[in-house]
Design a binder for this molecule. Sequence first.
Ligand SMILES: Cc1cc2nc3c(=O)[nH]c(=O)nc-3n(C[C@H](O)[C@H](O)[C@H](O)COP(=O)(O)O)c2cc1C
Length: 192
Amino acid sequence: MSTFEQFKEIVIRRRTVKPAQMNGQVIPEQDIKDIIATADWAPTHGRTEPWRFFVLTGENLEKFCEHHAELYWANTDEAIRTESKRDTIAKMGDKSSHLVITVMRRTPETKIIVEEEYAAVAAATENMLLGATAKGIASFWSTGGMTHHPAMKMYLGLTENDLVMGLIYLGYTEEQKEGTRKIPLEDKIIWV
Ligand SMILES: Cc1cc2nc3c(=O)[nH]c(=O)nc-3n(C[C@H](O)[C@H](O)[C@H](O)COP(=O)(O)O)c2cc1C
């Protein structure tokens, strides 16, 4: 297989696997470090390297999920909050091994616009997901619950200008998922 074919294989093999489909097996810490090291090689305009990673596992992951559920309950209007959603959030860590919270730490006094720093962190996040796939690790990029809420920033000790890019749940799964795309590729390319 050519290098491109190998790369394409990994890209296509990466599919969203929700934590409920993970099996609780724990990922060796070195694999987590390797995966995050691939994130660190994302392109970065102005070399600001704005990505930061909070890594949680075990008891700390459990605690985070409980706190996340509490944040949801405390910051969501009574008319729309539901106990089932609170429970879902609280259980997100039960069968996943690690959670990597991917954050954009806004560079102070930079000429780089915020969208570009956000884009760099999105690229870093995708690197991480592909690195995980290459190691046989399933992933779920979630922006659910309180991910984008100011309460989450406060919980993580971030400043107002920082942004949470996603909650990346990692683990092992027996599930084999086929990818699907709704819009044909030809409709997304404008050959000029
Ligand atoms: C920025 C971003 C945020 C996402 N947030 C969620 C989410 O909150 N909940 C969810 O179920 N999936 C979320 N996803 C995953 C998408 O649902 C998933 O990528 C899509 O269904 C396509 O499936 P695939 O990743 O297997 O190709 C998110 C993906 C991205 C890129």
